[in-house]
Design a protein around this ligand. Structure first.
Ligand SMILES: Nc1ncnc2c1ncn2[C@@H]1O[C@H](COP(=O)(O)OP(=O)(O)O)[C@@H](O)[C@H]1O
Ligand SMILES: [Mg+2]
Length: 362
């Protein structure tokens, strides 16, 4: 692909966004629908089976409809053109890109709302749709321009990893298979179980908080399960001399459980993880946007105090009093009027008024 070229007579290729295990990702302008999209091009080396697999995964991902899941639009496959997946374009980058030399690690406070949104997205996908992600990692936690989290790349990576050419294996191998994959996934890459997502989520949070992986660095050593090497996030931060604020104790506990070797020791679902992390109950709150105006309870909604109840009773009595007084006043006025009329009728009639000629009479 190259800048300014036209893909399938429809998408104007604009800018290269990056490259991942599947291939290059480009920003494109959809001339048909008049909007920006991201196009993920499949490596030309992919076999027919791998392409078919990605097509099926795309079809499944299209079923997901959640504010914190990046939308997948279509799978494009045409003769003489590279295959591509079109998806929602987001301009806020990903969580890994928030880390730099000035800010080597993220604080729990900074990421807790985003993690809640990840938990919401995965609870929905696992429990409502029966779809697992299989590639949770910091670069797939993307942000839109309002700072709302969008979980990207549902189901797109793991099964094709073992069959890739050596070059792409390095990309996928170092990022996906080794660091974020559970021991069960390492042994059986096609295993599709939501507790593998729990494991990958644990490694992701560990990495965001400490800028390191919980287990032996695969660059230094071949990957081996080494629970003795597992430190809490707090201890890892101390060791590395990074971080400003203490990591909440409950986070150390929750993440250690997510990355437990035995799947049965992991939290059973993402609602539980959210509870363990104590990251609150703001299901779809947008991060980075001003909070919505506080809801005002109407007087009907609020629970009245004792004084308010008394006052209400008093207020309720008032109309009766007003009616009573008005009634009595009416009777008094009526009686007075009657007496006046009687008196008036008993008086002699006044003499007839003499007619005065006016100009009109003339
Ligand atoms: N939908 C998207 N919108 C904007 N940028 C994207 C999108 N998808 C991917 N990217 C960019 O392209 C890069 C490569 O993405 P990807 O192929 O998913 O690999 P990875 O997730 O392993 O980084 C990402 O890091 C990101 O910067
Ligand atoms: Mg990705």
């Amino acid at each position: 692909m190259s800048e300014s070229s036209l893909y399938l007579d429809r998408y104007k290729i604009t800018e290269r966004l990056g490259v991942g295990g599947i291939g290059e990702v480009w920003l494109a302008y959809d001339q048909e629908l008049d909007e920006k999209v991201a196009l993920k091009f499949l490596r030309p080396s992919f076999s027919k089976e791998q392409t078919e697999f990605l097509k099926r995964e795309t079809k499944q991902a299209r079923q997901l409809n959640h504010p914190n899941i990046l939308r997948v639009f279509d799978f494009h496959i045409q003769p003489d053109s590279p295959a591509a997946i079109s998806m929602e374009y987001v301009s806020g980058g990903n969580l890994a890109q928030l880390m730099n030399s000035k800010r080597p690690v993220l604080e729990a406070e900074d990421i807790k709302d985003w993690l809640q949104q990840v938990c919401d997205a995965l609870s929905y996908a696992h429990e409502k749709c029966g779809i697992v992600h299989r590639d949770i990692k910091p670069t797939n936690l993307m942000l839109d321009r309002d700072g709302q989290l969008k979980l990207a790349d549902f189901g797109l990576a793991s099964q094709i990893a073992p069959n890739l050419d050596p070059e792409s294996e390095k990309v996928i191998g170092s990022r996906l298979t080794l660091h974020y994959a559970s021991p069960q996934l390492i042994w059986n890459p096609s295993e599709s179980h939501h507790l593998n997502d729990v494991f990958a989520f644990g490694v992701t949070v560990f990495w965001l908080i400490t800028a390191s992986y919980p287990f032996k660095d695969p660059e230094e050593d071949s990957w081996t399960w080494d629970p003795d090497n597992l430190l809490s996030m707090s201890r890892r931060r101390k060791e590395k001399g990074v971080g400003q604020k203490p990591v909440p104790e409950e986070w150390d506990y929750a993440i250690a459980r997510c990355i437990a070797e035995n799947p049965e020791d992991r939290p059973a679902n993402f609602r539980k993880i959210s509870k363990l992390l104590q990251i609150g109950t703001k299901p779809f709150a947008a991060v980075g946007t001003p909070p919505p105006p506080a809801l005002k309870l109407s007087s009907a909604d609020s629970i009245p105090s004792e004084e308010e109840k008394e006052e209400k009773k008093e207020t309720a009595k008032r109309p009766f009093l007003v009616l009573l007084v008005a009634g009595l006043l009416g009777i008094v006025i009526g009686v007075a009027w009657g007496v006046y009329r009687l008196k008036k009728n008993s008086e002699p009639a006044p003499p007839p008024v003499e007619r005065v000629n006016t100009l009109e009479d003339r």
